[in-house]
Design a protein around this ligand. Sequence first.
Ligand code: ATP
Ligand code: MG
Length: 293
Amino acid sequence: MVSDTASAAQAATTAASFGSGEQTAAATQVDAKAQVVAGEELLSVSNVSLSFGGVKAITDISFDIKKGEIRAIIGPNGAGKTSMLNVINGFYHPQEGRIRFRGKTRRRMKPHQAASSGIARTFQNVALFRGMSTLDNVMSGRSLKMKRGLLWQMLHIGPARDEEIAHRYVVERIIDFLEIAHIRKQPVGKLPYGLQKRVELGRAMAMEPDLLLLDEPMAGMNLEEKEDMSRFILDLNNEFGTTIALIEHDMGVVMDLADRVVVLDYGKKIADGTPAEVQANQAVIDAYLGVAH
Ligand SMILES: Nc1ncnc2c1ncn2[C@@H]1O[C@H](COP(=O)(O)OP(=O)(O)OP(=O)(O)O)[C@@H](O)[C@H]1O
Ligand SMILES: [Mg+2]
């Protein structure tokens, strides 16, 4: 019974925190960001190498992600960006190197273990339950947080019902935040691509991750959709303090969003710094222009 109360209380606390939505003044955000980048490490990747048979996808890469920052991972096609996210979320197991998350060196883990430790992600190609509604897709992100068994959920009795009400409140807050209330009942498979990407972000947010991995969240979007998505990512970072690692090809978006950028090319790290620093880096310019190695 103690855990019933604890889980319902936790869901209620979560609901309350999503309900507050406090804004921070723009000026203090700049100072706060400087502190973030100088601050506490959330995740570090040390000397990671990953190969598939003869293909070296990642070679001896090290970088860190600070708590509260937006960290971009960029590089030309096939540079190893998605592979890097797959290593971070436990989908691929590197042959060499180690990952430290929240101060602890991580043992080999599966994606669901990474998820329950606080890492959520979206995919380069949208991966939603196409026949299910927006609401149910976002709700599915809560499954790790739900303590009651399926039978309890189906019967809607006792603590399970209280818990579901609290979870639904969180989900409704996320739906409002992402401005997708008008499509909450629609099957996602029929939605325009830009909105599907937004629903996928909602599902990842529903996991309340400490670290959110976004693989090309603006791919295939028009300018207006990109602006909306940029705003959601910035607000998510500012209002909820979520740390974000983001793969993105659009340099304008990277400049606007990222606190720091790590640049990969042919599986190697070629630069790491502020957006302005990496944009002026000759190795980065060469990689993007396709200068021969
Ligand atoms: N499961 C896999 N099996 C074999 N090779 C793979 C696998 N996943 C990735 N690779 C290879 O690893 C390299 C890096 O691929 P990855 O998808 O990580 O690149 P990327 O930087 O995300 O590229 P893009 O910008 O096109 O998405 C490529 O040569 C790719 O073919
Ligand atoms: Mg990729």
